[in-house]
Design a protein around this ligand. Structure first.
Ligand code: LHQ
Length: 262
């Protein structure tokens, strides 16, 4: 597979996607969206057990490529909703529903929809020099690609509102302190830790981990009773598979488990 706007590989259960337009801080254009869609389909259909997403160069992603649209006087009014429907909504849903852990290594600034896409991932690591910017308000826009869902849930209304209405830069260290991301790491350790986690998940109980992320995301909309029912259904399903049996037997035999992912 050869792509122009991303780097992609799938080996030993680890799928890696690197946004690769470093001269534009990896801003999304239509071509990159097409390639991401294709790579995610391949990841889902292939033998991947974890996905690692990161960016090339000094930025993670500066959001929508602002050069892609002609907004000069006289140019036709754009339908921004169409772009969201066509590109961002499928991307966010593909990441959220991928049946495996998705790690995001935020190597530099994540702005606008770039921040949203990072926060759509299951485990977000960030370099100490990275930052998150809800840049939308600077363009007169509403936060999109899921930001209005993630931010209040992760950090509460007051902080979500402040970040979204002001567009201030949130340094990675503060993002970790606020609970927006999993971990902030020294720059030189970011990819080492991301790769360590990817390796860990590549031999993990993938089906159980996929159900775990599904259950946690579903909890935002469910009552306690609905969530108890969901846990019951998922656990019943998982209990029929190989990995539960292997996990318990490995525990009893005092050896590391050899999970197959089923
Ligand atoms: C860029 C971009 C960029 C193009 C940096 N596009 N070139 C929107 C509309 C439609 C529908 C769907 O949804 C959305 C969602 C959104 O994502 S809206 C938000 C769009 N993003 C932004 O508003 C962020 C714009 N970028 C910035 O504010 C800065 O570049 C940040 C704060 C990210 C980084 O600042 P610096 O580190 O100072 O870098 P820089 O500004 O010098 O950027 C480096 C280059 O990248 C530069 O090009 P140049 O040729 O001058 O070296 C920028 O023009 C280019 N670039 N972001 N989004």
């Amino acid at each position: 597979m050869s792509y122009q706007n991303i780097l992609y590989s799938l080996a030993d259960g680890i799928a890696r996607i690197t946004l690769n337009r470093p001269e534009k801080l990896n801003a999304f254009n239509a071509a990159m969206h097409g390639e991401l869609r294709d790579a995610l389909i391949h990841t889902r259909a292939g033998k991947a057990r974890v996905l690692l997403l990161s960016g090339a160069g000094r930025g993670f992603c500066a959001g929508q490529d602002l050069d892609e649209r002609d907004l000069s006087p006289g140019a036709p009014a754009p339908d921004l909703g169409h772009g969201l429907e066509m590109h961002y909504k499928p991307l966010v849903l593909a990441l959220r529903t991928l049946p495996m852990p998705v790690i995001c290594a935020v190597n530099g600034v994540a702005a606008g929809a770039g921040a949203s896409v990072a926060l759509a991932c299951d485990i977000v690591l960030a370099a100490r020099s990275a930052s998150f910017i809800q840049a939308f308000c600077k363009l007169g826009l509403v936060p999109d690609a899921g930001s209005t869902n993630y931010l209040p849930r992760l950090i509460g209304t007051a902080r979500a509102m402040g970040l979204s209405l002001l567009g201030d830069k949130l340094p990675a260290e503060q993002a970790e302190q606020w609970g927006l991301i999993w971990k902030c790491l020294p720059d030189e350790q970011l990819m080492l830790e991301a790769e360590r986690l990817a390796l860990h998940f590549s031999s993990g109980p993938t089906k159980g981990l996929a159900r775990t992320k599904q259950a946690i995301y579903a909890s935002a909309d469910n009552t306690l009773e609905q969530q108890l029912d969901l846990e019951c259904a998922y656990q019943r399903d998982i209990g029929l598979g190989h990995d539960y049996r292997e996990g318990v037997n490995a525990f009893k035999e005092k050896r590391p488990a050899r999970f197959s992912g089923d």
